[in-house]
Design a protein around this ligand. Sequence first.
Ligand SMILES: CC(C)(COP(=O)(O)OP(=O)(O)OC[C@H]1O[C@@H](n2cnc3c(N)ncnc32)[C@H](O)[C@@H]1OP(=O)(O)O)[C@@H](O)C(=O)NCCC(=O)NCCS
Length: 152
Amino acid sequence: MPGSPYTLRAAAPADYDAIAAVVDDWWGRPVLPSLPRLFLDHFHRTSLIAQSPDGGLAAFLVGFPSPSLPGEAYIHFVGVAPEARGSGLGRTLYERFFDLARGEGRDVVRAITAPVNAASIAFHRRMGFTVGGPVPGYHGPGTAMMTFTRKL
Ligand SMILES: CC(C)(COP(=O)(O)OP(=O)(O)OC[C@H]1O[C@@H](n2cnc3c(N)ncnc32)[C@H](O)[C@@H]1OP(=O)(O)O)[C@@H](O)C(=O)NCCC(=O)NCCS
């Protein structure tokens, strides 16, 4: 990332522990149960890590081409360290993932978020996603989620 202090690289399974250590803090609520280790074990090739100059975790994206829907890719989680927000890091991760998804022959990217996550909704709008929802019962009874769709 020219002009940026951060280094972008593909994720590795071993990144899971550093991610798991910060996600509840970065989200401001308990979200770790939605990000079990399997995501890094099985989807690291298409997931991304941004490292600080000291080697610490500055941001991450967990995403993958859908194994079942040939035209689609899905972003499961994106997180930027609170001190690194607002500097374009989230945008950089998304744009890198869009390139990666195009390279895999995908022309739609989808994601979801909780209706309470106003920052995520605003971020996805700025990234060109169409926002839908809240969809009642998305994750079963009593749940609702916002949906995001972007054509590549
Ligand atoms: C949402 C999040 C990933 C954004 O990361 P970021 O690095 O701060 O975002 P960027 O600086 O790249 O911003 C990209 C665009 O989104 C907009 N944006 C980002 N956060 C925003 C907010 N809270 N409110 C309004 N707009 C916002 C920026 O203004 C920018 O617009 P522009 O490029 O057109 O000027 C970050 O706030 C975060 O990690 N939040 C906690 C975790 C989370 O909720 N993740 C998403 C759900 S999985």
